[in-house]
Ligand binder design. Structure first.
Ligand code: ZN
Length: 123
């Protein structure tokens, strides 16, 4: 184990529940898979209504941007069995995730958050 002097004790951070899935994924870089493993994301490439995710363990797949999807729910509820070993999600990241609270009342609205009234239209 390498000691990291910059590592602060896990402060709570708040994200608005209404943040869309893509913004959260880009920020957190974590993906709860159906099997219960928590993967680390190497990249999140947004293509309109979809995003291509690539995990550190080498899987890539397309997802749609839904706050009500299985993955969005699992991400908010921190529903996973264990971090993916192949992804080697660092300990601090898991800790940070554990300190994250998804709240309706307050918290960060992430940059790049799709404002559905403004972003729609020609591209
Ligand atoms: Zn993985």
């Amino acid at each position: 184990m390498v000691e990291n002097v910059n590592l602060k004790p896990t402060a709570k951070r708040y994200y608005r529940k209404k943040n869309d899935l893509f913004s959260l994924l880009m920020k957190m870089k974590l993906w709860p898979s159906r099997s219960g493993a928590l993967h680390g994301l190497k990249s999140v490439e947004i293509r309109g209504e979809r995003a291509e995710l690539t995990t550190h363990c080498g899987h890539s797949f397309l997802i749609t941007n839904s706050r009500r999807s299985r993955a969005a729910r699992w991400l908010r509820n921190k529903f996973y069995t264990s971090p993916c070993r192949a992804c080697r999600v660092p300990e601090w990241k898991i800790g940070k995730y554990g300190g994250t609270v998804f709240s309706r009342g307050h918290g960060a609205v992430l940059p790049g958050q799709a404002d559905h009234s403004a972003v729609r239209g020609n591209q």
